[in-house]
Write a protein that binds this ligand. Structure first.
Ligand code: 5GP
Ligand code: ZN
Length: 117
């Protein structure tokens, strides 16, 4: 079952090096890479190496959740987002989640307005 998800999940395939990505930062438990369709001057996705479908599943793995947040903070530093940024977990249908391997969007580099469209 775990191997099934690794074969079919887009972000597990990026983790496996099967699909190329522009890596910003990597730790033992997380990967940060540039969004293929950036919605802001800086738009990086942070994922746990362990496959969790969404932020609810991630919350049940507190160590992984903390690692994802720490990597998001590191990305903000590496990207020079000293004027601020947003960390977003789109979740479910209403949240517009399209890839079902949890990912934090780290977006910034310009004023973002009241909501990320
Ligand atoms: P979601 O809507 O699930 O929160 O966000 C999925 C994000 O993944 C989107 O912003 C989309 O542009 C990005 N994305 C989709 N496919 C790929 C891909 O193959 N490579 C990269 N780097 N990003 C992707
Ligand atoms: Zn996955």
């Amino acid at each position: 079952k775990i191997h099934e998800v690794e074969n079919t999940c887009l972000f597990c395939r990026i983790l496996g090096g099967e699909i190329p990505a522009t890596v910003v930062h990597r730790t033992e438990t997380t990967l940060a890479f540039r969004d293929i369709d950036p919605k802001a001057p800086s738009h990086v996705l942070v994922i746990p190496v362990a496959h969790h479908a969404n932020v609810i599943e991630l919350a049940a793995d507190p160590a992984a959740a903390a690692d994802v947040l720490a990597t998001a903070a590191k990305v903000a530093e590496l990207e020079g987002l000293t004027d601020g940024f947003r960390v977003i977990f789109n979740t479910g249908e209403h949240g517009g989640q399209e890839v079902h391997h949890v990912h934090a969007h780290v977006v910034g580099g310009a004023p973002l307005g009241p909501m990320l469209a």
